[in-house]
Design a protein around this ligand. Structure first.
Ligand SMILES: Cc1cc2nc3c(=O)[nH]c(=O)nc-3n(C[C@H](O)[C@H](O)[C@H](O)COP(=O)(O)O)c2cc1C
Length: 181
């Protein structure tokens, strides 16, 4: 039996994951923002993420047309949330949150050493309404030795789900299923 769910809460049913960091460099300094509204749009991989000019990162994204998507794990969750609660306009986020920028191979934006994985991306488009960047991944990195590998996922209300049990249903799927990372 269903009862009505307020429409303004419906996005919480579809909150994706994991929560990620978007690293940029505007030519002068590195910056980070936290993003939970993103999606993969193909295997190459292309991705889309939702943001707009109210964020400082927006200007680096539009000017340099480059960024790094970094995947944090639960051990640095508090830092990731705090990064999403201040602006690079006022704060040097790498310094304040004790994260280490590493040079990327194909873009000017930095990798984030404390993250599980990083994807160097070029911006291929921006849809002004509703504010969606389209990204092409051009170089991917993973820290295979990292012990903590659990990502975390936003519920949309300040609570988060941490990765739990993995079930393997590969045998039920057609080919083209990649091995796990
Ligand atoms: C868990 C979490 C998820 C967020 N998801 C998004 C998002 O999907 N899109 C967005 O524009 N801002 C999102 N934000 C807010 C930005 O991270 C925040 O505005 C950030 O401080 C912008 O930094 P900047 O001004 O240095 O670019 C999120 C914040 C948190 C804490």
């Amino acid at each position: 039996m269903f009862s009505e769910l307020p429409l303004k809460k419906a996005f919480m049913l579809f909150e994706p994951g994991p929560v990620i960091l978007v690293a940029t460099n505007d030519g002068e300094k590195n910056n980070l923002m936290t993003i939970s509204w993103h999606m993969v749009t193909d295997f190459t991989p292309q991705l889309a993420l939702t943001t707009g000019p109210w964020n400082h990162s927006f200007h680096a994204l539009t000017q340099t047309r480059e960024c790094v998507l970094a995947v944090p794990t639960v051990d640095i969750a508090e830092r990731v949330i705090r990064i999403g609660d201040c602006s690079g306009k006022d704060v040097d986020k790498f310094k304040t949150f004790e994260l280490t920028p590493l040079p990327a191979r194909k873009v000017g934006a930095p990798l984030v050493a404390e993250c599980l994985a990083c994807l160097e991306c070029r911006v291929t488009g921006y849809l002004e309404e509703p504010g969606i960047f389209l990204l092409q991944g051009v170089q991917a990195w993973i820290d295979k030795k990292r012990q903590e590998r659990r990502t975390f996922h936003a519920n949309g209300d300040g609570t988060f789900v941490v990765d739990g049990e993995t079930i393997n249903l590969r045998h039920l799927m057609a080919d083209k299923i990649p091995d796990g990372v």
